[in-house]
Design a binder for this molecule. Structure first.
Ligand code: NAD
Length: 472
């Protein structure tokens, strides 16, 4: 049983202003796995004040000082990989291999990318008689979700540090353990007092106190579109910058000349990863209509290979994060059946032999129409929809017929065609044939958000741009 009763503020582990706590339930066992102090507006005030005091010195720090800190963090982070992985498994049910591997390594990827970018980043340049200067924006409120908790903290904290900002982090109340270990790592690495602060708590309490705080200059938020809208509204009166990384319903277009079986199979596996709780998950697979039967055969087999079970064991996927999420996913699966989609694999109810824990059957629907609820709503569970298209133009039309625009995927052998399709998808990042790049921008069009993270693009949100005219 974990107990985290202190917050990290001004370089110290301090008691919360009030004595309330909240429980964290392990979604695989449905048992309480730990107790965490519940923050309040008073803790946010204290953390923001510490960040404000630390800002002038950190903003004035030079590139080398920031690089040194980031490299010390890398060392400390690497020493604590096992602790981070265990925290993730307990709080949100990621299987050990995924938690200790992919989840934790994404954080390292963001850190090493931040170091590479910082080594060369141009903070000042001369254009004629004008000096263009990029200044740190100030005190940042970082609000993160539970689904890839560590990498989504990493992708904010490291660029914020690299650009000379100070910050208050509020991890999700459903995944506070990894946030706490993360703060220990920064403390071990010797982050200067007040530069990084951690307050735990929920959205209505700590999240709203941060987004409405008069002395916070930027809110960088990752989470649901619903919360993103509330945060932007709450931040508006203070004219804060708000960067939002929100939900998605990403298309995965399998072109006719793609290695069909391989790509349909991979598409199923990628959708199921992390129990489908990935903002950029390829949740709408688009295949040529005349090959729907073929796709169904491959998808059924691929789904059958996705083992579900105890995240401490070697199953491919664990549970979804909570009872509420389990109920939501069940209702959406039922909705898919009711609306007439063809159930190819999975369905409602728990997988055989798993009576306890929020486990969901890897589920695939085919013959899905894009106006069905399961094609429109972000399910955030291991549920894939397969839709048919009649031409490449039709595929692009379906791909873009969504209120979201976070990611897209295109598979095809003719690269000219794959490229042209990728360019027509209205989303912040589109991968051709499974390409992956830590330095590519990541973020949303439409209701998937605004602002960009990853690589040098992730620096921009944390910077003010100033023109100094007559600087010659
Ligand atoms: P959520 O919006 O419920 O919570 C996210 C964070 O916001 C939590 O820390 C929560 O406490 C806080 N919060 C909630 N309401 C708030 C409010 N009114 N004011 C201030 N803070 C508030 O999201 P979640 O359920 O934790 O995460 C799942 C969502 O996140 C999905 O929609 C997913 O697509 C999205 N997501 C997006 C990305 C991306 O990069 N675009 C990445 C991962 C997850």
């Amino acid at each position: 049983m974990r107990e985290y009763l202190k917050f990290y503020i001004d370089g110290q582990w301090v008691d919360a202003a009030q004595s309330q706590t909240f429980d964290v339930v392990n979604p695989a066992t449905e048992q309480v796995a730990g107790r965490v102090a519940l923050g309040s507006a008073a803790d946010v005030d204290r953390a923001v004040a510490a960040a404000r005091r630390a800002f002038p010195a950190w903003a004035a720090s030079d590139r080398q000082e920031r690089l040194d800190l980031l490299r010390r963090i890398l060392d400390a982070y690497q020493r604590r990989i096992g602790d981070l992985g265990n925290a993730l498994t307990e709080e949100m049910g990621a299987p050990r291999e995924l938690a200790n591997g992919f989840q934790v390594n994404l954080g390292i990827g963001h850190l090493t990318t931040t170091i590479d970018v910082l080594e060369k980043f141009v903070f000042e340049e001369q254009r004629g008689a004008t000096r263009i200067v990029k200044d740190p924006i100030g005190v940042c409120g970082l609000i993160t979700p539970w689904n890839w908790p560590i990498s989504l903290i990493a992708v904010k904290v490291f660029p914020a540090l690299a650009t000379g900002c100070t910050m208050v982090l509020k991890p999700s109340e459903q995944s506070p353990f990894s946030g706490q270990v993360f703060a220990e790592i920064l403390d071990e690495a010797g982050v200067p007092a007040g530069v990084f602060n951690l307050v735990q708590g929920d959205g209505p309490g700590v999240g709203r106190a941060l987004s409405g705080h008069p002395d916070v200059d930027l809110i960088s938020f990752t989470g649901s579109t619903r919360a993103g809208i509330d945060i932007a509204a709450n931040a508006a009166s203070g004219v804060k910058r708000v960067s939002q990384e929100l939900g998605g319903k990403s298309p995965n277009i399998v072109l006719d000349d793609a290695d069909f079986a391989a790509n349909v199979g991979k598409g199923v596996g990628t959708m199921m990863l992390n129990s489908g709780q990935t903002c950029s998950a390829p949740s709408r697979m688009l295949v040529p209509s005349e090959r729907m039967e073929e796709a169904i055969g491959v998808a059924r087999e691929a789904a059958a290979q996705v083992t579900v079970g105890d995240p401490q064991g070697d199953s491919a996927i664990g549970p979804v994060v909570s009872g509420a999420q389990f109920e939501k996913v069940q209702a959406l699966i039922q909705k898919g059946i009711d609306e007439g989609a063809t159930l190819v694999a999975g369905g409602t109810g728990r997988p055989d032999g798993l009576g306890t824990g929020y486990f969901v059957k890897p589920t695939v629907f085919a013959d899905v129409k894009n106006d069905m609820t399961i094609a429109r709503e972000e399910i955030f569970g291991p549920v894939l929809t397969i839709l048919g298209y009649d031409s490449v133009d039709h595929a692009v039309e379906i791909a873009n017929d969504t209120e979201y625009g976070l990611a897209g995927f295109v598979a095809g052998a003719d690269l000219d065609e794959a490229r042209s399709v990728a360019l027509r998808i209205r989303a912040g990042s589109v991968a051709i044939n499974d390409a992956f790049d830590f330095s590519a921008p990541f973020g949303g069009y439409k209701k998937s958000g605004n602002g960009r993270e990853w690589g040098e693009f992730g620096f921009d949100d944390f910077l003010e741009i100033k023109g100094v005219l007559g600087y010659s």
